[in-house]
Design a protein around this ligand. Sequence first.
Ligand SMILES: [Cu+2]
Length: 264
Amino acid sequence: MARYWSLLFLLVPILGTALFVVAYDEHSQPLINHWFPKDVSEYGHVIDGLFMVILWLTGIVFIGTELTLVWFMWKYEASVRNEPAKFTHGSHNLEVVWTIIPAATLLFIAIYQLNAWADTKVRVPEQPGMTVEVTGRQFEWRLRYPGPDGSFDTPDDLFSVNELHVPVNEDILVQLKSADVLHDFFLPNLRVKQDAVPGMKIPVWFRATEEGVFDLVCAELCGWGHYKMKGLLRVQSRDDFNAYLDDLREKQHLTSLAEGDDES
Ligand SMILES: [Cu+2]
């Protein structure tokens, strides 16, 4: 019976949904649990919550449309129903309904996420625990810490490449820049993602709640070496962070002595 082919298409919603359920199960084996990377930020759960709301909305629509598709294939299989097809010029009412429903849904999402957007993109922390300048460049991340005086463009600025150190449980303010093309500063474990735009200094902030080493990657295809534009984020205690800065200062001092710039 030709109409049983329609059941094959039923596998799409069934397997699709099953895959999400298995991937999302936090208690399953690490190999199966292939959902979000571990959230180590103060605010990440809000972003994840928004993601889940949208996943539920689109998931329900996905299952609904797939079931309708299968039902139509089953019902109107030509070998079973051989009445001639009826043509229609469409239904004005239906058009109105399926325009208003998505419009209302988008409006709901736009309003629902307003606070999250403001908290992550608009409300810059007034008293950050630390400020660091991050510059995307083909193909590396250049980092600059302000040094003890707390301001940039002074002789005590500290420089590093690809290894961003930050203290745990403090608001970190990143001044994001690009030296050439569009890059995208992406910290998956902190749910932070922001384009670095040439000619702009964009503030980005986060607060890490757990010590450890996490990925820092570029999420914008920025040239042939995009794939290797990865660094790391090391979240450490305040003491370890200060020790790191001291170490960086010492190394920089020795380098400048070797180069002879220190005599002037
Ligand atoms: Cu890049």
